[in-house]
Design a protein around this ligand. Structure first.
Ligand SMILES: [Zn+2]
Length: 109
């Protein structure tokens, strides 16, 4: 690899790392909407008109899937947070690919 090509990768990696620090809200999960039934026995939800939709983020805790309820006011943010995680993943994949290329050189930093 030429010095120039090498420097290009280092610069790209720096930019990717900088962007990564701009994603403090990353959430590893997926958003689902649920309809629920309540505990009031005479409620219409027991006759087919379920409550909802309520939004949940499905996350993995110790290997188990958990649904975390998200308040209505936070729904838009929750979607953005999940997007941030996916962007962070894409950045890390690219950083990883760059680092593999750098590892294949005899001298790298
Ligand atoms: Zn109900």
């Amino acid at each position: 690899m030429s010095n120039d090509a090498h420097q290009k990768l280092i610069d790209e990696r720096s930019a990717l790392l900088a962007e990564l620090t701009s994603l403090p809200h990353m959430v590893h999960g997926s958003i689902v909407e649920r309809y629920t039934v309540c505990s009031r026995p005479n409620c219409k939800c027991h006759r087919g008109q379920k409550h909802g939709p309520v939004m949940c983020v499905v996350v993995n805790e110790n290997g188990k899937q958990r649904q975390k309820y998200i308040p209505k006011e936070m729904r838009e943010l929750a979607a953005q947070y999940v997007d941030e995680y996916n962007r962070a993943l894409a950045l890390m994949d690219r950083i990883s690919a760059i680092n593999v290329q750098l590892l294949q050189e005899k001298d790298h930093d």
